[in-house]
Design a protein around this ligand. Structure first.
Ligand code: NAP
Length: 297
């Protein structure tokens, strides 16, 4: 099949490219002039916000599936950059639905636990959304664009992604490892709960969706729920770093711009059963990451 991956330079996008089954012809699109893991012949520089160029790229690549890993992902930034956030996470998805209809492609779109309010997680696929912040509102609106469009779609919701790749924005795991390696103290909240997800397992889940032609909503995340401070202690343990540098604090001490879902989490039973995924628990995911980061000689 022919697959177009939007946001192919991001954490998930790079992993989707890396783990793409060889039988597929894969094309990528992102904002930067060059692809980080794709060569010039299959990489397109562009924005999902610009409908006409997106349509031209889709008509040229003729995808059977569009995997949308492009997004505005700065949760706190979204509170002040509302217009940009909405353009990417909502208008961008409208454009993807539009070109998918023109090209008769199916769409896999990535969403988040931030569409929930975190009062009574973990959530299954049928739980009623109630986002707290602007990022969550935009991601829910992006989901609804697809639900109301005539295009065959799958929504894969995930949370707390980490993994390897080139020139990535810091995520919680990479940030904490860097802090502890430099001997810096790190304040980490102990009142936010959820799953943590090795990006390889989300990418594998998305390729399983494509292989099995599964439509609908799936929660794909690591198995097991943990609070952020305990997660940080496990990171320190797995990477042989000094856990005594980590101090537990509560979310209200952080004064972040966007409110967070506190008792969150995604139930992953449906993904395990229908997609045949083996999802790592917290420690297993971190050990796999460590293996990937260990240089081979
Ligand atoms: N990371 C998490 O913990 C997490 C948790 C739950 C859900 N998700 C969802 O998972 C998906 C992938 O996230 P990620 O962590 O891989 O994000 P990421 O690393 O920020 O990657 C997103 C990619 O999309 C690109 N992009 C931004 N705006 C674009 C546009 N208008 N047109 C084309 N490309 C654009 C970004 O380019 P620039 O870097 O140049 O902006 C970046 O390369 C997103 O839908 C996100 O909402 C992520």
């Amino acid at each position: 099949m022919r697959i177009l991956i939007t946001g192919c330079n991001g954490l998930l996008g790079q992993k989707l490219v890396e783990l793409a089954p060889v039988r597929h012809e894969v094309f990528g699109l992102d904002l930067a002039d060059q692809g980080l893991v794709m060569d010039g012949s299959s990489y397109y520089s562009g924005s999902i916000v610009d409908r006409k160029p997106l349509l031209r790229i889709a008509q040229e690549t003729r995808p059977d599936w569009i995997l949308n890993a492009a997004a505005y992902t700065d949760v706190d930034g979204a509170e002040s950059e509302k217009e940009l956030c909405w353009k990417v996470n909502v208008s961008g998805v409208e454009n993807i639905a539009y070109v998918a209809r023109k090209c008769r492609a199916k769409v896999v779109h990535i969403s988040t636990d931030y569409i929930f309010d975190g009062k009574d997680g973990p959530y299954d696929e049928e739980a009623v959304p109630n986002p707290l912040g602007f990022y969550g509102r935009s991601k829910l609106a992006g989901e609804n664009v697809l639900k109301m469009s005539p295009v065959p779609y799958t929504i894969a919701r995930t949370m707390v992604l980490y993994g390897t790749g080139k020139n990535l924005r810091p995520n919680f795991v990479s940030w904490l490892i860097e802090q502890l390696r430099d001997g810096n103290r790190a304040n980490v909240v102990n009142d936010q709960f959820g799953n943590t997800t090795l990006v390889d397992e989300l990418a594998a889940g998305i390729w399983s969706i494509v292989r099995k032609r599964k439509l609908g909503v799936f929660h794909i995340a690591g198995s097991g729920i943990v609070d952020r401070f305990t997660f940080a202690e496990k990171i320190a343990h797995v990477f042989d770093l000094d856990a005594s540098l980590i101090t537990p604090i509560s979310t209200k001490d952080l004064s972040q711009a966007a409110p967070r879902p506190m008792i969150s989490g995604l139930k992953v039973d449906k993904a395990v059963k229908e997609l045949g995924l083996k999802l790592s628990n917290v420690e297993e995911g971190l050990f796999k990451l460590k293996m990937q980061m260990t240089p081979k000689n």
